[in-house]
Design a protein. Structure first.
Length: 120
């Protein structure tokens, strides 16, 4: 079975809440596309970003590093930015948990729960 083609979509879920949807395999070859999308999202003042990994089939250390870097920029930027992960893919979620990402960055299985957190 061939992996789904890699694709990044950006949406505005609510005023001021950007959603970046990742589809396919996130690895060192596809990471620059996500990096560009994340840089745009975190550059906005007081950015609230949901990174939706539900349709992400695989993630390697390059992808994890991008996520952590974006989270650090938002959390330490001094303008109340936030990054929340949405990940219904149990294999990707397990990897995020094993690497400690889940203990630092808020993660939800459903996008509605991630939105509710950012709205609060």
């Amino acid at each position: 079975m061939e992996p789904a083609p890699f694709k990044i979509d950006r949406e505005e879920a609510d005023k001021g809440i950007q959603v970046i949807v990742v589809r396919g395999e996130l690895d060192m070859n596809t990471a620059p596309e996500l990096e560009a999308g994340l840089q745009q999202a975190v550059a906005e003042p007081a950015a609230s970003v949901i990174l939706d990994l539900t349709d992400c089939e695989f993630i390697d250390s390059t992808g994890i590093a991008l996520i952590v870097n974006a989270w650090q920029k938002l959390e330490t930027g001094g303008d109340d930015g936030r990054l929340v992960l949405c990940c219904g893919n149990h294999q990707v979620r397990r990897l995020l948990k094993l690497t400690g990402v889940e203990s630092s960055i808020s993660m939800h299985e459903e996008r509605d729960a991630a939105l509710a957190e950012l709205r609060a």
